[in-house]
Structures are given as structure tokens and as C-alpha cells.
Design a protein around this ligand. Structure first.
Ligand SMILES: [Zn+2]
Length: 111
């Protein structure tokens, strides 16, 4: 089962399939005019796009894609589920390394 994540609201789960056009027009074409009904129905179903069932935007991406993974990371950080300090150890390690680099070398003869 495909899992999706919305990059607008952070919704996780299944995406809703959204057909283009309108159902009312489809009904009218089938019932009143009959002829344009089938092509219109096909046209609507060919252009199916995925939308978020929560905010109804087409900003929903597959969770197991690179973009979905990045969105999940961002949402987790925004919700505070993942501490911002996860990136800190590497940053502080870099800072310590630069401090070491900028320290003057000690000459043992001056001691
Ligand atoms: Zn959404």
C-alpha cells in the first residue's frame, strides 16, 4: 500500500484520487446529450491526480520517495518530534575542530 505525505500540511496516509472536470457535467452529458458522455468520462479518468484528503491540495508525494522523505524530515522537525539537536553533534565537532585549528601550536622549547 502506497503511503503519501503532504508537503503543505504534513498529512500522512493515503492520497485521494481527484478526477479533473466535474461530476455534474459528466452526468449532464450522459443524460441529456448522450454523445459527449463517454469521451468526457474517459477524459476525466485519464487525468486523475493525487490530492491530500486533509487540505485538498495536490502537494501530496509518495512517502518512500526522496521528496517524501525530505518532507517527512521537515514536518517531524516542525512538530518537534525530532529534536533540532540531532544535527548538533556534527556541528559542535566541526566547531571544536576549527578551534583546534586556530589554536597556536605550542613550542616545547618555550616551556
Ligand atoms: Zn495536506
Amino acid at each position: 500500500m502506497a503511503e503519501y505525505i503532504c508537503s503543505a500540511c504534513g498529512y500522512e496516509g493515503n492520497a485521494r484520487r481527484r478526477k479533473r472536470g466535474s461530476a455534474a457535467l459528466e452526468w449532464a452529458l450522459w443524460l441529456v446529450l448522450l454523445f459527449p458522455g463517454p469521451p468526457y468520462s474517459i477524459w476525466r479518468r485519464v487525468g486523475v491526480s493525487k490530492e491530500c484528503p486533509h487540505c485538498h491540495k495536490e502537494t501530496i508525494v509518495r512517502l518512500n520517495s526522496g521528496e517524501g522523505w525530505a518532507v517527512k524530515k521537515r514536518m517531524d522537525r516542525e512538530l518537534g518530534l525530532v529534536a533540532e539537536s540531532l544535527n548538533q553533534p556534527s556541528n559542535s565537532a566541526v566547531r571544536q575542530f576549527e578551534e583546534i585549528k586556530t589554536k597556536k601550536p605550542v613550542n616545547p622549547d618555550q616551556w
